[in-house]
Design a protein around this ligand. Sequence first.
Ligand code: GLC
Length: 564
Amino acid sequence: MHQGSDSWWTTAVGYQVYIRSFADSDGDGVGDLRGITEHLGYLELIGIQVVWITPFYRSPMADAGYDVSDPREVDPAFGTLQDFDELIAEAHGRGLKVIVDVVPNHTSEQHRWFRDALPTAPGSPERARYLFRDGAGDGGDAPPNNWASVFGGPAWHRVPGPDGAPGQWYLHIFAPEQPDLDWTNAEVADDLHATLRFWLDRGADGFRIDVAHGMAKPPGLPDAPEDSAAAFDQVQAAADSAAADSAAADHAAAGSDAEPGHGVVPSTVDEDPRFDDDGVHEIHRGIRKVVDEYPDAVTVGEVWVSEPERFAAYLRPDELHQAFDFSLIESEFTAAALQQAIEKTLTSAASVGASPVWTLSNHDVARPVTRFGGGERGLLRARALLLLELALPGSVYLYNGEELGLPDVEVPDDRLQDPTWERSGHTERGRDAIRLPMPWEGQEPPFGFSSGPSTWLPSPQEYAPLTVERQLDDPHSTLNLVRAAIELRAEHPAFSGSTVSWYGAPEGCFAFRRDPGGLAGVLNAGDGPVPLPPGEILLTSTPLVDGLLPVDSSALFLASAPTD
Ligand code: GLC
């Protein structure tokens, strides 16, 4: 029995709006709340049930809004509180839920708390909301421990003392402009709870919780067993090598001289003291108590924890309702690896009675088309997986532009904005290539995204054939495939079974069956076309050729009889 098994969120199709790049209503080149309101009809047309909006709070934008200086105020770049209220009213009028992003691990350095802390002496109550520590070594000249920032360089920054001489250091797991909060301080939890109530009272239907595996830190902040910078590099290297594979194809497709972008994958290294400390679960229990005051509200955590039991611990009945399981994002495109990722997600969610959340894409990782090789092959593979994830039990989140099959397009050096670029000494390009403005209509950039002359990140000419307008007219477009799959999922009774079993499939393929109902899904990641098992075909990601499922394609069908 699933936790809240009849709750709306257990089966919902969600859509991540990366607000800066979705739709700009006022011509300043940055997407905003009114832009979202104006495009809710589009989300309804796709069949979306819940919209996750990335941070739109007051922010100096050192990390595109994930550095929040006032979590209960709208940044003027994105609109006003009234715009938010109108968005909620309009969304609810259309039957759409809205969840907002909260960032409990850190604030902006411009947050009132941090500004108050800087002029005070070590040990002050103001400093006790953050993780200020004396440095190591002679004169405290070295960082207090060996932790690395996810964006490159050390996770510590030194500030002057009240006398102006070099003083204490503060911890920032992300950019120096994002000081980590000290969650052992009760004021920190109280303030987050006030933020949760603030948005729930205004009608939000729940939260995506940023870095939900962060927040708690091991007492004494011990060194990482091996240098955590090195540990992070391994994760980054793995992400880079996946992206490198796709580089050549994407390069050819985009006709550009630049390397394609790839995401910063927040650490999934086990034994990394920066993340997944056991103390985090008490914090989630506190969040859950507040959210439970609001019937039907949901929390979805960003949990980059790869070990299944540790991941599942976040989904216990008194913690998060749901968490993004990134196994599919981390998987290479082989039937064996993808099957394993699906099984892992199903098993860990089931172990605590939770419902799985499938996702192939977000604003932090290379888009699937690019990850899977770019060009035509990358698109085929991305479509194949999109179709299959929409057929699995649980909920699904699409990232804006994923329904259009957008690839990453490299951003010129002088337009890069991701803090990773500076922090890595210009060796890691960061996530900008993943975050480009949505192409809505027309032949020329910015394709209806903005009425203004320039956009915060470039709107690439490569997106001309991929606009919403063009794809709505093309029955074979990725957009229409996604629409058809979501419609089937909403209407066909076979999409309600919660048991997944696997059955024999040719080399390089997998086949699953969902019961009760007999919905079956097949992936062909092999070397040649394959026949489909007997049954009624519902939808394929690529047209069949002579009755065979082509390579890099998937099919959904109703299996004609139980197979084992
Ligand atoms: C999360 C966000 C990412 C952000 C980071 C720091 O991983 O998804 O975009 O940079 O947290 O807030």
